[in-house]
Ligand binder design. Structure first.
Ligand SMILES: [Fe+2]
Length: 218
């Protein structure tokens, strides 16, 4: 699985150190306690990242090393944490999850002797990927990580998987998802590519929510 992740990335920048830290992060994703933030999620983000790069060729400058580490570690806190099952606590966790994951990443990165500027850029992107960020994202890597991860919220299959994770009312969760979709429609994404992907998913996502609603007959 680890090699499967690495095999599709360009390898000209990849040193032994890079492989070691990516393997560590992938191991944590494979053994994740959280079903929607494990290896499948990391793989999907990588595929979206590759699709983005294909669409933009070299027009947008991205640091491959930073992107790979940021994708692999961005939800590392969720892979290990015992998540709350209660609505308000979940909101609180969502606000701080980026910086919690960045702290864990930093500890591994220092151990693996990763260059300081890489650590700084990866930590920044991870911290800023979480939805509860007050200030705008300033690097391309942070912007793209946010877009890629955000798109996955509107992946109906993944949404269904996470549906039973929390104890708060399912009707509230469905309503929150629709509200969030409307908010995202207005605020958009950083890159046009992401926005187009979002528009593609929107219909299927709403239909999926309707189906879920009918299944549980609210
Ligand atoms: Fe994520």
């Amino acid at each position: 699985m680890k090699n499967l992740f690495l095999s599709k990335l360009e390898s000209n920048w990849m040193t032994v150190k890079d492989k070691r830290i990516l393997h560590k992060g992938l191991h944590l994703a494979i053994t994740s306690k959280d079903i929607v933030h494990g290896i499948e999620h990391v793989m999907t983000l990588r595929d979206s990242y590759l699709a983005f790069k294909k669409a933009h060729s070299s027009r947008i400058k991205l640091d491959e090393r930073v992107m790979a580490q940021a994708i692999v570690f961005h939800d590392v806190w969720k892979t290990q944490a015992r998540r709350s099952e209660y609505f308000l606590k979940v909101l609180f966790e969502e606000y701080f999850e980026g910086s919690r994951s960045a702290d864990i990443y930093r500890r591994y990165a220092y151990n693996f002797n990763i260059d300081r500027n890489v650590i700084e850029n990866v930590s920044y992107a991870i911290t800023k990927h979480s939805t509860g960020t007050l200030f705008p994202r300033r690097t391309n890597e942070a912007k793209l990580l946010f877009d890629l991860d955000e798109l996955e919220f509107f992946n109906i299959e993944r949404f269904k998987k996470g549906f039973n994770n929390f104890k708060f009312g399912v009707d509230r969760k469905l309503a929150a998802a629709v509200t969030y979709l409307k908010l995202r429609s207005k605020r958009g994404f950083y890159f046009d590519w992401s926005h187009a992907m979002f528009e593609n998913r929107k219909k299927r996502f709403l239909e999926g929510l309707d189906k879920l609603r009918a299944e549980i007959s609210i």
